[in-house]
Design a binder for this molecule. Structure first.
Ligand SMILES: Nc1ncnc2c1ncn2[C@@H]1O[C@H](COP(=O)(O)OP(=O)(O)OP(=O)(O)O)[C@@H](O)[C@H]1O
Length: 500
């Protein structure tokens, strides 16, 4: 077998109170995709940050092409041919596609001035190589997440990167966009690059990976060709015990209508959204990425203005002009995008959890730290949040654990209606089951739940009823027991109607 492009040997990294990585060895071979798997907080992103020069390891060595390297900045890692495509893309929205591709290594002419024409020409060539129909002069902000990933891949190619790291690249992509991405991965493999692929989705791992490396609590607990293991074996390796991946749906009596939405519309993204939601009911909102589900629910919650429609809560008309109106009325919205809307990364876990509902923790005249701590501890344990302490800054937690804190924050408000937007995005299999069970318990406690999810097994497992949205409209509705996966997907893609 050919020599590895990159090796890590004995790599360790600690943060105050946390041993993030211990004695990790890793070998990335040309033309192979290595899946890095592990629970939230297992150390995957820390490895990526070491490979990309963001963190320096406390011990161990990195070799690229057999030569020992010391990365003191991302620039060094980039120069050594390592490129990363991130989950939340880090590029410049106000710059053009071409400028983003060539940030840091713009072509210059004899005068050392940037040769803009050459940069656009080269960008077009690179984008064509991966079949991406994106004009190089477009500002990045006009692009979808999937297109931004393509720009990042073009950027990696512009530098002939030998190692391409993809950290949960499919999180915000539709099924077709994932197919496109995987086609490009195959191309990168054929060109002899080494690819690191991080995902919590096992179907993707089995589809794309050649090898796997499994981490648990910062240690490597398994590795080998992906063909040598089953999904159940991998899950067990990750979690250290067998996991019940599915909780049976709780049998909850469904009560009176709590929320009634009629004709909710905004100028461009959704129109005529109408539904009733009952006490104890879990209503699934299914659709492809871009169907307008998130936008409609953000309108309901007062994040964005609506142009038309009425909302009634417990029989009373409700005027929601801002999220604080919605919270005061008893509607909570747990956003998908934890970084922007869900959480304050510079504050501690406890502060984040209690922030949305401070009045609940006042005892006498003062805010009771003990009451806040108790609530945080109980939710934190329940959702298996991994942290050095409940006071730890949110920004120091792993991505999946940040997501769990955001969920805990809104659960602590004990609302009447809760809208969960992709609640298990970025969450590992073990904790996913805990989140599902929690959602079932909320319904049992009499909450009315709207569940937005692009994972069909998740909505089908939890919902009493599923509304399907397509291009900003509700196109179909299914009741539990009278649905099939084909029907639901058919409605979301429009295939059902075409067949009819
Ligand atoms: N800057 C930091 N300061 C303190 N602790 C940190 C820092 N970065 C990471 N950690 C800790 O290191 C551990 C590993 O985190 P890492 O982000 O690598 O996990 P991960 O496997 O990528 O998880 P996820 O699946 O949630 O993205 C976690 O316990 C995390 O809290």
């Amino acid at each position: 077998m050919s020599d590895p492009i990159l090796t890590l040997t004995g790599v360790s990294k600690s943060f105050p109170g946390v041993r993030a990585l211990h004695d990790i060895g890793l070998s990335l071979k040309p033309g192979r995709v290595t899946a890095l798997i592990g629970e939230n907080g297992a150390g995957k992103s820390t490895i990526v940050k070491i490979l990309t020069g963001i963190y320096r390891p406390d011990a161990g060595e990195i070799r690229v092409g057999g030569e020992q390297k010391h990365f003191s900045s991302p620039r060094d890692a980039w120069a050594a041919g390592i490129a990363a495509i991130h989950q939340e893309t880090v590029m410049f929205d106000e710059l053009s596609v071409a400028e983003n591709i060539f940030t840091g290594h713009m072509p210059t002419g004899s005068t050392r001035l940037v040769d803009w024409a050459e940069m656009r020409r080269k960008s077009a060539e690179l984008l064509k190589r991966i079949d991406a129909a994106i004009p190089p002069e477009f500002k990045l902000k006009r692009l979808s997440v999937a297109q931004k990933h393509l720009v990042e891949i073009a950027r990696a190619l512009s530098h002939e990167a030998r190692v391409v790291i993809m950290d949960e690249p499919t999180a915000a992509l539709s099924a077709n966009e994932i197919d496109d991405l995987f086609r490009i991965v195959a191309q990168l493999k054929a060109e002899g690059r080494a690819i690191v692929f991080i995902s919590h989705k096992f179907d993707e791992i089995f589809r794309i990976a050649d090898d796997f490396v499994c981490l648990r609590d910062g240690e490597k607990v398994g590795e080998g060709p992906i063909s040598s293991v089953t999904e159940a074996q991998l899950v067990r390796m990750m979690v250290g015990r067998p996991v019940d991946q599915v909780f049976p749906k709780r049998d909850v009596p469904i009560g009176e209508v709590v929320l009634s939405v009629k004709g909710l519309s905004n100028a461009t993204e959704y129109a005529d959204i109408s539904f009733d939601l009952r006490k104890g009911e879990i209503l699934g909102l299914y659709g492809l990425v871009g169907a307008g589900r998130t936008e409609a629910m953000q309108g309901l919650f007062g994040i964005t203005p609506v142009t038309r429609g009425t909302v009634t809560l417990n029989g009373r008309p409700l005027a929601v002009r801002s999220p604080s109106d919605a919270i005061a009325a008893g509607i909570s919205y747990v956003p998908e995008d934890r970084q922007d809307q869900g959480a304050i990364l510079s504050l501690g876990i406890r502060e984040n959890v209690t922030l949305a509902n401070l009045s609940k923790y006042v005892r006498g005249l003062f805010l009771s730290r003990a009451a806040e701590q108790e609530a945080t501890r109980s939710l934190g344990r329940r959702l298996a949040i991994k942290a050095a302490s409940w006071e730890q800054q949110l920004g120091e937690l792993s991505g999946g654990n940040q997501q769990k804190v955001v969920i805990a924050k809104w659960l602590a408000t004990r609302p009447k209606v809760i809208v969960l937007d992709e609640p298990t995005k970025g969450i590992d299999v073990g904790s996913k089951a805990a989140v599902h069970d929690f959602i079932g318990e909320l319904a049992q406690d009499g909450l009315a739940v709207v569940l937005i999810s692009s994972e069909l097994p998740e909505v089908m497992g939890l919902a009493d009823r599923i509304i399907v949205m397509k291009e900003g409209h509700i196109v179909d509705e299914f009741k539990r027991g009278a649905w099939s996966a084909e029907q639901i997907v058919g409605a979301a893609t429009g295939a059902a109607r075409e067949a009819a």
